[in-house]
Ligand binder design. Sequence first.
Ligand code: ADP
Ligand code: ZN
Length: 729
Amino acid sequence: MDAFFEEGSLVAILTTQPLDRTLDYKAPAGGCFQGAYVEVPLGPRKIMGVVWGPGKGDFDISRVRSVNRVLDVTPMQGELRDFLCRAGDYTLTPMSAMLRLATRAPGLSEAPSLRKIYRLGIGEPDRMTDPRRRVLEVLRDMGGLSLTLGELAEAAGVTSSVIKGLVKQGAVSEEEAPRDTAFARLDPDYGGKALTDDQETAAQVLRAAIASGRYGTTLLKGVTGSGKTEVYLEAVAATLRKGRQALVLLPEIALTAEFLTRVEARFGARPAEWHSGVTMTERRRVWKQVSQGGAQLVVGARSALFLPFRDLGLTIVDEEHDTSYKQEEGVLYNARDMAVLRASIGAGQVVLASATPSLESWANADAGKYRRLSLTSRFGASVMPEMRAIDMRGQDLPSNRWVSPALAAQVRARLEQGEQAMLFINRRGYAPVTICRACGHQVGCPHCDARMVEHRFLQRLVCHQCGETTPKPAACPECHAEDKLAAVGPGVERLAEEAAELFPEARLAVLSSDLFGSARALKDEIEKIARGGADIIIGTQLVAKGHNFPLLTLVGVIDSDLGLQGSDLRAAERTFQLMRQVAGRAGRAEKPGTALMQTYQPEHPVIRAILSGDEENFWKAEAEERRAAGMPPYGRLAAVILSSTEAQEAFDLGNAMARQDAPLRKIGAQIYGPAPAPIARVRGRHRVRLLVKAAKGVALQPALSAWAAQFRLRGELRMAIDIDPQSFF
Ligand code: ADP
Ligand code: ZN
């Protein structure tokens, strides 16, 4: 049970202020429970905090102030407090930052009240104008959901008077509604499908795991289209029947819409949604309802993991290998690992679903830490696509052309049969390099150690590191020669240009994250394509993730070798996953699919593993290599990135850290570096990296803390510690 503190007794309050300690206050009139959200005075301000425990009593008691008031929200449970502490310890994040993660909803301190909401009315406007049409379109897109005046005005890009005008005519209805209402109840028996034997066996295991009421993690592996989603929705159903809550994490907002439709078909109502595209009002509602049990299922992005669930019984991490689960800015955490941590504290189950698991999860399953379930065949008539290499050494291609004659012939064959083809290249923009043919200068970002990428659609050069953009210059910035700048190498936009020349009669759709203004626009385009609104889909990484294109029977990978070039620890693993995922897009309906991979190194072991589909052997070989090198998941890594406006300053600190390594030596860890980080300058800051490598069982984080604590960060210096780094930039 949570402790209760009588009025006037000392309590420790955790706030979101960047202090590395709790602050003592006196409990307010009526007392307060541990975990209560409170408002406290701090200097002249009032700030929000959480009653973390008894006061420390190390502050002059005559100066200790009282808590102003206890907020009208459900207190934070011990389970979430523990989780925040342990996640903070693991990622070496101050508790104030952890609390910020857990309170990312606005207006929590406001009292429940009524507000005006707007939804589609039944009347017709007397006269249709563009602004009016936009308002009605936004509301139509929302289905039955309502918005506040401000949200609607912003989404439609109109002034509030336009909306008020529509209200007068009955085309938009205005209602008083209580804030933060509960979500519609989900019915676990509403629309289940009859499962295949394979699927049923897997579902049984998950149902039993949920019935146990204990912690457990399951790796649910199965090729794209094998019914993993159907199976884990059964686990969600079992969780709901037990009166517990479930969370489904998806790697990409663009996947949410399709998924919500599936949930509605399965459970008869829509679940709560949590991601960056959700309005502030809705966020607050989700946050509150999750804490009260008025939201049974949340579908969302990684940060949903920090919501105050009343009783989280099941977390699904779909596409668990996806790199976007690792947050790379601010608090550096991996949502997949944190999901497992939270479940282990709260007696929950975790399902990690993937066609191509991360080596970490594969190894955990191999070691018996995770349960392993496999679905081996695709559902129904569809079979895995046939995969073949196109050896580019034998293809006749003019320079600045990337679609080989062999691939082009296959695409034509599909077009003739009225089927869809996809051309995949994992590069945004038009061309990765802009070079001056007079002096050889490559146009770089002024703030980063990175090349500027031409985006012809935007008619600009863009830095993919910091977002800096400039119009494409007419003259070389270095030698000032006119009209000598040339685009080198392919990007998705350039590939689209080539496809338009090769297949003039075909309808092309280009899917790249930066070509769409909003998640909604992207979703609309994806739906249009799925219905047959395009003949050739040209896309980046974005198309590899989970979208269903039933008419698609051919996938052509333009550059299969691209991911293998880096020195990244995970280059092989990533390429394997990405290629299998992309290939898995083909032939998801009755017609069989083919995946063709253009490569200059068909003999490369990774390419061969991808083609043969011999996954177990690929994982085993990859695991062996990592084990021999003591690399994750068989050893531990932490990256320390030091940055400053002065390169020397960062290097000096790096050298000092490498010398004063006693705390790390105690645990037998090794330090590599300091070295310039692979991208040595980002946003004008010079970056220096140290890598710390340790054996698996040692207490790495306390040693890292003790080590880092020896150094003061003066002036412009910053230090970020990344535990289990995923990207090595
Ligand atoms: P995965 O998540 O493994 O990619 P899905 O669960 O999305 O696979 O299943 C692929 C397709 O097959 C979906 O359209 C799904 O509705 C359908 N499907 C899978 N299993 C069944 C089943 N037992 N009965 C009917 N349809 C199914
Ligand atoms: Zn830049």
